[in-house]
Design a protein. Structure first.
Length: 101
């Protein structure tokens, strides 16, 4: 896969990532509605090599529209309907910004 094969559409309420080099039924890599709004104009993405698997992964960085000010504002998942994240069960060396979804 190359950068030109990717279609990344980030909106304030949703994200869709497609691989345009494969058949239509396999194109969508990620699609979902965010748990809360993001600053879509500031979203960034990159295709990077994965040393562990030898493959590639798409890394997407988005910023929440409203910063977390109190614990109740933490996102419990990135996308609506996805499993909840529990920071207490993460490996002690895990970096929250690098979780796979």
């Amino acid at each position: 896969m190359e950068n030109r094969d990717l279609f990344v559409e980030c909106k304030a309420a949703s994200l869709r990532v497609c691989d345009t080099a494969v058949s239509a039924e396999d194109q969508v890599l990620v699609s979902g509605d965010f748990t809360a709004g993001v600053k879509a104009d500031e979203a960034a993405w990159a295709l990077v090599g994965d040393k562990q698997t030898g493959g590639q992964r798409v890394v997407i960085v988005v910023e929440k529209q409203k910063p977390t000010e109190v614990k109740a504002q933490h996102w419990r998942s990135v996308f609506k309907g996805h499993p909840l994240l529990d920071p207490r069960t993460l490996h002690k060396n895990a970096i929250l910004g690098k979780l796979d979804i």
